[in-house]
Design a protein around this ligand. Structure first.
Ligand code: ZN
Ligand code: MN
Length: 144
């Protein structure tokens, strides 16, 4: 049994990406978290182990992972991007109070892509869908 990290490392190696301890740590961190962190959050989590690492280094490494197809970036206008190493088909719910971003499974919306293609004449490649609201933690805090 090979772990997702081992698979990812093998994939990077075959793409000619040189591995460094920092790169390894960033990738492991992303594979082991469910929180969809920003680059700054990754930087803060790893800086005790890598005091010389800058947030720019984190960004550059994330770019490498994105180009290698190992990580997905989710942009939010002027706000920081969030990063997800889970590339399986899934959707997200975002708490507008605390910023928590949670996964949920739902059948892939192939019919939506098909209809969008028919109505717009686009060759539809992908779609992005998120739901917004208040997480249960924030809702119970508001009640208290
Ligand atoms: Zn919340
Ligand atoms: Mn996710």
């Amino acid at each position: 049994m090979t772990s997702r990290l081992e698979q990812a490392l093998e994939h990077l190696k075959s793409n000619g990406v040189r591995m460094t301890p920092q790169r390894n740590a960033i990738l492991s961190y992303l594979l082991n978290t469910m929180s969809h962190p920003t680059a700054d959050e990754i930087y803060k989590a790893l800086s005790p182990r890598f005091p010389n690492m800058s947030v720019a280094t984190v960004y550059n490494n994330l770019k490498v992972f994105i180009e290698a197809g190992l990580v997905r970036e989710m942009t939010y206008g002027d706000q920081s991007s969030r990063f997800d190493a889970d590339l399986s088909d899934h959707y997200h719910a975002l708490c507008e109070e605390c910023g928590k971003l949670v996964d949920f499974a739902y059948k892939p919306l192939d019919d939506l892509e098909k209809t969008a293609g028919e109505l717009t004449g686009f060759k539809v490649k992908s779609h992005r869908l998120e739901v917004y609201g208040t997480c249960s933690d924030c809702a119970s805090k508001a009640k208290a």
